[in-house]
Design a protein around this ligand. Structure first.
Ligand code: FA5
Length: 362
């Protein structure tokens, strides 16, 4: 037995004695381990690839077939018994260690004064995105808007078709969509934006409408400094008589000044959305680099906060609103994006990490 230092022998009795001796040594090493870490080490030594018992297998080739079988079985049985022993020892040690940990972590409140408790326990708070959603709601409520909600799972009709995006319309590629396995294939989606709630409101509510709709949206997108696959938008919809683009521009300007303060530079750029005409994008100077260009703003100096525009007559027709009598505007702000620019957060992904050191900053 090379591993056991016994040399090549074919004497079955010597083999079984040697295996018994190795098993005894190994069992003592396992039983003597005082912690889970020490046990893991002992297991590697006595049962691992380089253990004496494993190496003993190598010498079996030198034995006669009957002696080889007997010795092989003796080694295998010894290893099985040692594995059981190691398992039982691991359970016993884990129980002792768990009990010690509980004892260590136990709070003895009888020894803590009320002031000490106050100084160690901090109050929880809303996540920054929820704080921002509430702040945006407050600004719009102050401007005369009501707050509405809508479903996160939508049919294709609400998310796309009623918004003037028929099947196979090229604009569908603007939104990488998660489809749910419900009904006919590709008929139910996780909403890609809050705009379908415009349709629900026009179907369900009497006109005029002045509403904002906060909510979660989903897109098959890889997260990066400005994008998350699950994010939040604040939709706005105004339908009334005599509404013009000037009302939209004034509303956006009032909102950005109220939320970001008078020093922020914002602008409207021409944009395209199938459900608004004309359409625009709302941008602000990147607060990370103050317009100089950085990774967050893709070196443009500007960050897009929202899409907006005048409600397209095709959308009014889809819900039976007379476009001769009513006009309106709509917008969709990214809530996470607003929080990012307002609080100068270089990478939006921190919003999903739930690191309390970050949460405590707000
Ligand atoms: C839309 O979703 C349109 N529904 C907006 C709209 C509403 C236009 C009403 C006209 C009328 P867009 O895909 O550009 O448009 O998204 C609007 C805003 O949501 C963006 O400006 C950005 O602030 C935010 N946003 C979009 N995708 C993400 C994302 N993956 N992660 C975080 N924020 C996002």
């Amino acid at each position: 037995m090379t591993g056991a230092g016994a040399g090549a022998r074919d004497d079955g009795i010597v083999w079984s004695e040697e295996v018994a001796r190795l098993e005894q040594q190994a069992a003592e090493a396992l039983a003597g381990a005082k912690s889970s870490a020490a046990l893991a080490e002992a297991q590697t030594t006595v049962l691992g690839k380089r253990s004496a018992l494993t190496l003993a297998h190598r010498d079996l080739a030198k034995l006669d077939p009957p002696a080889r079988r007997a010795a092989g079985k003796a080694i295998h049985d010894a290893q099985t018994r040692l594995e059981t022993l190691a398992f039982e020892r691991a359970e016993a040690l884990a129980a002792v260690e768990r009990a010690a940990m509980l004892e260590r972590d136990r709070l003895d409140l009888t020894e803590v004064t009320r002031d000490e408790v106050r100084s160690t326990i901090t109050r929880g708070r809303l996540h920054l995105v929820n704080q921002t959603r509430r702040e945006l709601e407050d600004v719009f409520i102050g401007m005369g808007f009501t707050v509405a909600e809508g479903p996160e799972a939508e049919t294709d009709w609400y998310n796309f078709e009623a918004l003037n995006i028929p099947p196979a319309h090229p604009a569908r590629s603007m939104w990488d969509t998660f489809y749910l396995e419900l009904g006919q294939p590709e008929t139910v989606v996780l909403r890609t934006h809050t705009s379908p709630v415009q349709i629900h409101l026009m179907e369900d509510e009497p006109l005029p409408i002045h509403a904002v709709i906060p909510g979660r949206c989903y897109r098959r997108e890889t997260a990066d400094a400005r994008h998350l696959p699950v994010f939040h938008q604040m939709e706005g919809l105004v339908v009334d008589r005599g509404i013009t683009f000037a009302d939209l521009a004034g509303t956006i300007e009032t909102f950005t000044t109220a939320y970001f303060g008078p020093d922020i530079h914002s602008r409207l750029r021409p944009g395209y959305f199938p459900f608004t005409e004309p359409s625009a994008e709302v941008e602000v100077t990147c607060t990370i680099c103050r317009g100089a260009g950085c990774r967050t703003c893709s070196w443009t100096g500007w960050v897009e906060l929202a899409g907006c525009g005048m409600v397209d007559p095709a959308v009014f027709q889809a819900v039976g609103v007379d476009p001769e009598e009513w006009t309106g505007f709509a917008f969709g702000f990214g809530i996470d994006r607003c929080a990012q620019m307002r609080h100068v957060i270089a990478d939006m992904r921190v919003l999903t990490e739930n690191d309390v050191r970050f949460s405590r900053m707000f």
